[in-house]
Design a protein around this ligand. Structure first.
Ligand code: BGO
Length: 740
């Protein structure tokens, strides 16, 4: 049977002219069944091979908003033509490609007839056909339907596609986090219930619900009313959320992202306008500056530096308030709770542990606020677009940029959604390289440690250090990616297309909601996972405690000191009034006893389970300058990175002279002669690069399909981090850099 080839395209794209040129007299006109829409059919003969040509009604879209759209779509779905020739007006490319993108999203085999290139040329528009074909992933043949130019090549290409009969992988565009997440959930529900999937693909059905497609919704309500209601409810939820946050609707968002996708294709050297510039949209005009090859990257660096400056400068005061609050809370509990394990758990485990993480909530909030401005305005997508060129040099993909940014590429993200974001990458090798390098980004969990160490040791240069940390994380991730791509994951790159949504003014309400959603996630994690791990680590740092013989020895040493002093001094000290000035003898006794207590506290911590592990590791970690306390904290970081700060807090609090005294961790580190700015730099670098947290490792294993890669990231990253920290510490110490 002769293959059916459908002609589709926007009205006035030259479809009728091409149809006539192809079929000549071999055509007849009828109606599509049940409707008054004209159906033209004909025959084309090429090299003795007959093809059945159907001229579809001219449409701008494939969503069932008009009768023409319903007819065109039904024909595509029910008659399943071997190829669709999409006639695209080259002089109005952006608008015309909107329909082409929808064919690709349906997974229909398409060949593009780039028609009216004569008109385009007259208007000073030059199109790189080859590049367009590569980026769209389908053949593009230039034509002038009016004089038949390109007709033969077009039909030969169409015949080839028809012969191959290959299924096209449907194009997957990102419609922004909210819509994407809803689509994934809806797709799963549709697949599980086999809902209309014999005719349509699950994601496409979900997308049609999102676009309020009346035809699909009517069929859905007939076939499975319960699931149809669930899908509609999910769409309503995301719709309300989008209205609240971005003042938009799913349909508008989807259209914006599709146009963004097209714009991003056209910007990659596909289209050159020699004149006729005033046809550009305002977003394009802004882009001419913001994504300019030379000024663009400079503006980007300035914006990121500005974000850090804003975050660190303005969050200082509220961070100080929270620090004072937790200090007061610790003092209050210390004064009112009886001595014992519960007191130790609450003060050293909960307040010093979780408090250390919660204390940074204002900083995280300011950071998220800044990021939300960049995201909601559409600038973040431009950052990704600009970085694409750099990424390709390192064997990654433009879409990797988004995964990096989501993981905390600018700051404050999380590697878990970053790992998930790699699903948009088509090439398995680039995807794996991205999966393995996203954990190097500065996720929100690493920020508290960076903030603590920079505030303690580099107080005047916080924003600059944070900026350097970001550049270091990107540099490290790219170099490692390159290393992996030339060693364990070799292979060619795939071309890149990314959505460039139009610029919008972010609304204050939208910013507030986005900031709060992300901050709340952080607080929730601190209150659940981090609390659990803090308590576990506290227990590991508390048990088994000291053996009775040692306790007795300390008690004897105390008793011996006390008996060596006059009883008046002892009484004076026991009266314990902190405000009263002590006599010289009482003062001296106090110091001696404090020294014994500190010794005992440290001995207890050293003897604890965590202490023993930390000490055992010291023989190796010493090369990087890390002591056993830092080792304990870093082991905690394997569970979740926030735990590094909280464990350091607990470790210093448990081993302190007066564990209940409200001295901040920052003050403790600043006063401790062991801690130097050099050590802080080494620890920052180690934390940046060492093993991803447990949840990320699980996700990496799942997404890569093998535990081998999860294990690889733990071992490789830790080895890399340790080598770098050792290098910094050894070279820095030898040269006398950053000493106290
Ligand atoms: C009129 N080049 C040029 N220059 N023009 C083309 C080309 C091309 O490649 N292809 C088509 N056209 P349709 P739909 C017209 O009708 O096929 C012209 O809706 C006119 N008509 O000749 O109808 C084509 O089926 C008076 O132009 O499009 C047609 O998709 C003066 O584009 C128009 C000038 O083509 C639309 C043009 C009375």
């Amino acid at each position: 049977m002769e293959p059916t080839i459908a002609l589709a395209g926007n009205p006035n794209s030259g479809k009728t002219t091409l149809f006539n040129a192809l079929t000549g007299a071999r055509q007849h006109v009828g109606n599509y069944p049940g409707v008054t829409v004209e159906k033209k059919e004909g025959t084309y003969i090429s090299n003795g091979c007959k093809m059945h040509i159907v001229d579809l009604p001219g449409t701008y879209s494939l969503t069932a908003y008009s009768l023409e759209e319903v007819v065109a779509r039904d024909f595509l779905v029910n008659s399943k033509p071997r190829v669709v020739i999409d006639i695209v007006d080259a002089s109005n490319l952006e608008r015309n490609l909107y329909l082409a993108i929808q064919f690709l999203e349906m997974g229909i085999p398409v060949c593009i007839a780039l028609n009216m290139i004569d008109v385009a040329q007259r208007r000073g528009i030059e199109i790189n056909t080859q590049k367009l074909a590569t980026l769209l992933g389908v053949p593009v043949v230039p034509t002038i339907a009016r004089n038949g130019q390109g007709k033969r090549e077009l039909m030969e290409t169409a015949a080839q596609i028809a012969q191959q009969g290959k299924e096209l992988r449907p194009l997957k565009i990102s419609y922004g986090d909210d819509v994407d997440q809803a689509l994934v959930e809806m797709e799963a529900a549709i697949t599980a219930a086999d809902f209309l999937t014999d005719t349509y693909r699950a994601r496409w059905i979900a997308l049609k619900y999102m676009e309020n497609d009346e035809q699909i919704m009517a069929i859905g309500a007939r076939v499975n009313p319960a699931l149809a209601a669930t899908l509609t409810a999910r769409v309503r939820k995301v719709s309300l959320h989008l209205q609240e946050t971005l003042d938009t609707y799913p349909e508008a968002m989807i259209a914006d992202q599709r146009y963004g996708y097209i714009k991003s294709i056209l910007k990659q050297g596909v289209i050159q306008r020699h004149y006729d510039q005033n046809r550009l949209y305002s977003s394009d005009r802004i882009d001419r500056v913001l994504t300019n090859r030379f000024i663009g990257p400079l503006i980007m660096l300035a914006v990121i530096a500005g974000l850090y400056h804003f975050t660190f400068t303005y969050s200082k005061t509220p961070v100080g308030w929270l620090e004072s609050f937790f200090g007061w809370l610790g003092d209050f509990m210390s004064a009112h709770l009886p001595d014992g394990l519960l007191k130790s758990l609450l003060i050293s485990g909960v307040i010093d542990g979780v408090g250390g993480v919660i204390g940074f909530v204002p900083l995280i909030m300011y950071m998220f606020f800044g990021i939300s401005i960049l995201e909601d305005s559409g600038y973040l997508a431009r950052v990704a677009f600009m970085l694409d060129r750099v990424f390709r040099t390192f064997g990654l993909h433009g879409s990797s940029v988004m995964a990096f940014i989501v993981s905390g590429g600018i700051a404050g993200g999380c590697a878990v959604p970053g790992v998930m974001a790699t699903r948009t990458l088509k090439s398995p090798r680039e995807r794996l390289a991205t999966l393995l390098t996203v954990p190097f980004m500065n996720c929100g969990a690493k920020l508290p440690l960076f903030a603590l160490l920079t505030a303690t040791f580099f107080a005047k240069h916080e924003a600059a250090i944070m900026f350097a940390i970001t550049v270091g994380a990107w540099g490290g991730a790219l170099l490692v990616a390159k290393f992996l791509r030339v060693t364990v994951i070799k292979g060619a790159s795939t071309p890149f297309v990314m959505e460039l949504p139009p610029y919008r003014w972010p609304t204050f309400k939208g910013l507030a909601i986005h900031t709060w959603e992300r901050t709340w996630q952080y607080i929730k994690k601190a209150g659940t996972v981090i609390l659990g791990i803090s308590i576990l680590l506290w227990a590991m740092m508390t048990y088994p405690g000291l053996p009775a013989s040692k306790l007795q020895a300390y008690a004897q040493r105390r008793a011996a000191e006390i008996s060596a002093f006059p009883s008046a001094a002892v009484l004076e000290l026991e009266a314990g009034a902190k405000s009263v000035r002590l006599s010289a003898a009482a003062q001296q006794l106090k110091q001696r006893l404090a020294a014994i207590d500190a010794h005992q506290a440290e001995a207890r911590l050293r003897n604890s389970l965590a202490g023993r592990i930390g000490i055992a590791l010291e023989s190796v970690s010493r090369w990087a300058g890390f002591d056993w306390r830092t080792n304990i904290a870093l082991i905690g970081g394997f569970a979740a990175k926030e735990v590094v700060v909280s464990t350091l807090g607990t470790a210093y609090s448990l081993g302190a002279v007066d564990p209940e005294a409200s001295v901040s961790l920052s003050q403790t580190l600043a006063q401790d002669p062991f801690w130097t700015p050099l050590l802080a730099v080494g620890l920052i670098v180690f934390t940046m690069f060492y093993s991803p947290c447990f949840v990320s490792v699980v996700c990496i294993s799942r997404e890569s399909g093998s535990w081998k890669w999860g294990a690889f990231s733990v071992a490789f990253n830790t080895l890399l981090a340790f080598s770098l920290a050792t290098l910094i510490f050894q070279v820095g110490s030898a040269m006398g850099f950053l000493a106290k």
